[in-house]
Every structure is written in structure tokens, then in C-alpha cells.
Design a protein around this ligand. Structure first.
Ligand code: S3P
Length: 170
């Protein structure tokens, strides 16, 4: 399989850059969070509220395994995908993971007014984001075969950079 899995923090641009990369490669685009929402018929916020994070993680892994059966896809994963080593194995066996690396302040600018990230519905969301980045940064690096910095870049620019670096022969 030749799938491309975009990994990285919430707000790193996985979905927006992923859509554009899929277009450049003539691949299908899959947003894993959307697939989970479709599967359970509720939003990510509602899933966390109703069933809790462990249940979300279980369904997220199941949906990843199903998606991974197809090829020629760019898959935008959820920011926590790398927490489960089985997910990393699935991605490794069926394609490659690319880390969209973004500095804390840029992440914060992109997510601070959004209400669709349940993990940030706390009194101190920027601190939570910083803690998640510190813990997950090394996991994204371990899991991925390449990384691209997305600070201050448009989704189109990020997608083109990945495309030119990883896929264009000439
Ligand atoms: C999460 C990130 C979200 C979504 C869920 C949990 C995380 O996806 O899967 O809210 O643990 O970082 P995005 O990275 O697309 O925001």
C-alpha cells in the first residue's frame, strides 16, 4: 500500500494540506475524524462527552484499520493517533506517515477560537496544548518517515513542498 498518513498536532493543518496533497497526487482524501463521526453519527465533542476518550480511541483505531485496507489515499489523522503503537504499525505497513510540525504559538493561533477540540475545553487550553506537544512531539517524529514545518505556510504551500520533496522525480 502507498498511503500517506499526515500526523501532527491539532491545528497543524493535516486536513487542509491533506486535501491539497491528495489533489496533487490524484489520490483520494480521507479525514479520519470525519469517518469516526460518520460511524457513530455524532460529533467528536459529543463522542467524548457521551462515551469518553478511551472509546473514541478504540473507534479511531478500528476506522484506521479499515481505511488502511485501501491504497492511493492521503489520510489526515487525528492528533492522538500516535498514542497507540498498533496505529503506528498499521500506518507503517500500509504506507508512510509524514509529520506536519508546527510551533506551539502557531498551533494556538489556529485553534484558540475553535470549540470542536474536546481536549482543549479546559480552563487552561494553551497549557494543555503545550503539554500535548511536549509528550507527542517525539512520537510524531518516531512514527514518521519525513517532517515538514507548517508555521506561517498556507495548506497549498505545505502540500506542494511535500509533493515536490517526496514524489516529484524531475
Ligand atoms: C485529538 C485531535 C482531534 C480529534 C480529537 C482528539 C487529539 O483531531 O481526533 O479531538 O487527541 O489531539 P485533529 O488533530 O484533526 O484536530
Amino acid at each position: 500500500m502507498n498511503n500517506i498518513y499526515l500526523v501532527g498536532m491539532m491545528g497543524s493543518g493535516k486536513s487542509s494540506s491533506g486535501r491539497e496533497l491528495a489533489r496533487l497526487l490524484s489520490f483520494s482524501f480521507v479525514d479520519l475524524d470525519e469517518r469516526v463521526e460518520e460511524r457513530l453519527g455524532m460529533s467528536i465533542n459529543e463522542i467524548f462527552k457521551t462515551y469518553g476518550e478511551p472509546y473514541f480511541r478504540k473507534v479511531e483505531s478500528e476506522v484506521l484499520s479499515e481505511v488502511a485496507r485501501d491504497s492511493d489515499q492521503v489520510v489526515a489523522s487525528g492528533g492522538g493517533i500516535v498514542l497507540n503503537p498498533c496505529n503506528n504499525e498499521t500506518m507503517r505497513k500500509t504506507g508512510r506517515a509524514i509529520y506536519l510540525k508546527t510551533m506551539l504559538d502557531a498551533l494556538w493561533e489556529r485553534v484558540k477560537h475553535k470549540r470542536d477540540r474536546p481536549l482543549l475545553q479546559t480552563p487552561n487550553p494553551k497549557q494543555v496544548l503545550a503539554d500535548l506537544l511536549r509528550i507527542r512531539g517525539p512520537l510524531y517524529e518516531e512514527t514518521s518517515s519525513g517532517q515538514f514545518v507548517t508555521n506561517g505556510k498556507s495548506p497549498e504551500a505545505v502540500a506542494l513542498e511535500i509533493y515536490r520533496t517526496c514524489f516529484k522525480q524531475s
